[in-house]
Design a binder for this molecule. Structure first.
Ligand SMILES: [Zn+2]
Length: 474
C-alpha cells in the first residue's frame, strides 16, 4: 500500500513537471494564407510553426508535420500578416494619466494588432517600460523611444534649447540615457538646429521629428538627412519665390486661418522634384495623413466625435477639452475648398515620395486629438491607400518599412523562417482591401497567441479605467 502511494506520487510529480516544461510549446497556424510582405504575394494553404517566440517553419500544409501537443490555430480561409508597427505614438501616461496605466495602454495596442511602436516624445518612464518589454516582464509591443522633444520654447517633456551648448549637451544626455532617436519639434533657431544635427551625427544617433517651416524649413531638414514627420514644411516648399503670401499650414501655424491663403499659390509642378530630393536625403517619411485629413482638413464636428467607437477610452474632461479645441479651430478655419485642397496636396506629396522610391511609414500620432492608438493606425492605412498607394504599399508602411527603418529586417517586418513571431491573423485578405486589417481573428505577440475575443475583453475592461483615470484630479 505504502509502496503504491509512493509510486503514485512520483508519477504525479513526473506528470506535473512534464506539463511545466511543455509551456510555452509549439504553436501552429494550420492551413493559413500567408501574406509574407517580402514581395506582393499570398502563399495559400501554409502551416506556420512558432516556437520560443520565433517562426521555426513555414511550408505547405500537406508537408509540415505538427508535433503532438502543439497548440493548433485553424487558419482555414484566414490570412496571416506580420505584426503592425505604429511609427508615431505618444502615451496618455506621458502626461496626466497615472503611470500605473501604462500596461493597459500597451494592451490596447496589442488588441489592435500593433506589436511594435515608436514613441515620439520620450520620458524616463518610457525607457523603463522599453526595458521591461524587452525582458518580457510586461505584456507590451517592442518599444522604440525618441528623446524628449528638442524645442525652442517651454513645453512638457522637453529639452528647451536656446544655445548651441545647451543643444549639444542635451543630445549627449539623450544618447547616454539610452533614447533611440533625437526628436526635434518647433521654434529651434537655425544655428541651434544645426548644432543638434551636428552633435547627433557625432554621437551616432538619428534625428527625427518636425521640421518647423518658419525657423528650420524643408531645405535645411533635408540637408541634415532628418527623418521628417507629418510632411512638415512640404506645402511651404511648393510656394514660388514670387508668391505674395508666405503663410505656413504646417504644425501649429495651421491654426492661423490667414496662412491658408498660401494654398492659392502652390506650384504643384515642384512636387516630383521635392519627392526626389526627399528620397535622396532620407527615404523614410511618416505623413500621419489621417490626423491632418480628419482633424484639420475635413474638420471634426460634435457628431463625428460622438460616432467614434474609440471615444469610450477617454475621460469626459479630455473629451470636453479636445472638442473645445476642435470647435475653436473650425469656427475660424479656412473655407472647405482650401481644406480639401490641403488634403489633396498632402496625398499627392505622399504618393510622389512613394513613386520616387521613398519608404512611407504609418504613424497615428495617437492618443492626441481623441484618437486611440491601434484603432487609428488602421485608419491611417486606409488613408495611405486613398492617397494612391496600393493595398500592398499601405501594408508595407506598417510592416516592412518600419523594420527597414529600425534596421531589423533580418528579425522583423515580414513572415519568414527565423523571424520574431509577431503576427496578426485576419479573416480576409488585406491585399484586396487594406480595411481588412480590422477584421482580426487574433494577434500573436512574441510567440504568444491571443484570440480576438480575449483581446476584446481586455478592451472592455480597460475602457472604464481610462474613462475614470482623471477622477482624482481637480
Ligand atoms: Zn506626435
Amino acid at each position: 500500500m505504502k509502496k503504491t502511494m509512493l509510486l503514485l506520487s512520483i508519477l504525479l510529480i513526473a506528470i506535473s513537471s512534464a506539463a511545466k516544461t511543455k509551456t510555452p510549446t509549439t504553436v501552429a497556424f494550420v492551413d493559413v494564407n500567408v501574406v509574407p510582405m517580402d514581395k506582393e504575394r499570398v502563399l495559400p494553404h501554409q502551416t506556420v510553426m512558432v516556437r520560443n517566440g520565433a517562426i521555426v517553419e513555414i511550408g505547405d500544409v500537406k508537408r509540415i508535420k505538427i508535433p503532438a501537443g502543439a497548440q493548433r490555430i485553424d487558419g482555414t480561409g484566414k490570412f496571416l500578416i506580420p505584426g503592425l508597427s505604429d511609427m508615431h505614438v505618444h502615451l496618455f501616461t506621458d502626461d496626466d494619466f497615472p503611470d500605473a496605466l501604462a500596461e493597459d495602454e500597451f494592451k490596447i495596442m496589442i488588441a489592435h494588432g500593433v506589436t511594435t511602436i515608436r514613441l515620439m516624445t520620450g520620458t524616463p518612464e518610457q525607457l523603463a517600460l522599453r526595458g521591461k518589454s524587452a525582458k518580457e516582464e510586461i505584456t507590451a509591443p517592442t518599444i522604440y523611444a525618441a528623446s524628449p522633444q528638442f524645442t525652442g520654447r517651454k513645453s512638457s517633456n522637453a529639452y528647451v534649447v536656446t544655445t548651441e551648448l545647451d543643444a549639444r549637451t542635451a543630445v549627449r544626455e539623450s544618447k547616454q540615457a539610452g533614447y533611440d532617436f533625437i526628436k526635434v519639434t518647433t521654434f529651434l533657431k537655425p544655428e541651434i538646429y544645426e548644432a543638434i544635427v551636428d552633435e547627433a551625427q557625432k554621437q551616432n544617433i538619428r534625428v527625427v521629428g518636425h521640421a518647423d517651416s518658419r525657423s528650420v524649413g524643408l531645405a535645411r531638414a533635408l540637408k541634415a538627412r532628418q527623418q521628417i514627420e507629418h510632411l512638415d514644411s512640404y506645402l511651404e516648399a511648393l510656394l514660388p519665390e514670387t508668391s505674395p503670401v508666405k503663410g505656413s499650414v504646417s504644425d501649429i501655424y495651421l491654426y492661423n486661418p490667414k496662412n491658408w491663403e498660401s494654398l492659392d499659390y502652390l506650384d504643384e509642378s515642384k512636387i516630383p522634384e521635392l519627392a526626389r530630393l526627399t528620397v535622396q536625403s532620407n527615404p523614410f517619411v511618416t505623413p500621419t495623413l489621417h490626423l491632418f485629413k480628419f482633424t484639420f482638413g475635413k474638420g471634426r464636428t460634435e457628431e463625428s466625435f460622438k460616432a467614434q467607437s474609440d471615444l469610450r477610452f477617454y475621460p469626459q474632461k479630455t473629451i470636453d477639452l479636445w472638442m473645445g479645441v476642435s470647435r475653436k479651430y473650425l469656427s475660424a478655419a479656412a473655407p472647405i475648398e482650401k481644406r480639401e485642397k490641403y488634403i489633396t496636396i498632402r496625398n499627392k506629396i505622399t504618393k510622389a515620395i512613394y513613386d520616387a522610391g521613398g519608404r512611407v511609414m504609418a504613424g497615428s500620432d495617437t492618443p492626441e486629438w481623441l484618437m486611440l492608438y491601434g484603432h487609428t493606425l488602421h485608419l491611417e492605412l486606409i488613408d495611405l491607400r486613398d492617397a494612391g498607394l496600393s493595398n500592398y504599399a499601405a501594408l508595407e508602411a506598417a510592416t516592412r518599412n518600419p523594420a527597414l527603418f529600425f534596421g531589423t529586417l533580418d528579425k522583423t517586418g515580414t513572415i519568414e523562417k527565423g523571424k520574431q513571431a509577431d503576427l496578426v491573423l485576419l479573416e480576409a485578405n488585406p491585399l484586396e482591401d487594406i480595411a481588412n486589417t480590422q477584421k482580426r481573428a487574433g494577434v500573436m505577440l512574441k510567440g504568444r497567441y491571443y484570440p480576438q475575443p480575449e483581446l476584446n475583453q481586455w478592451l472592455d475592461e480597460i475602457a472604464p479605467r481610462f474613462q475614470h483615470a482623471l477622477d482624482d484630479q481637480k
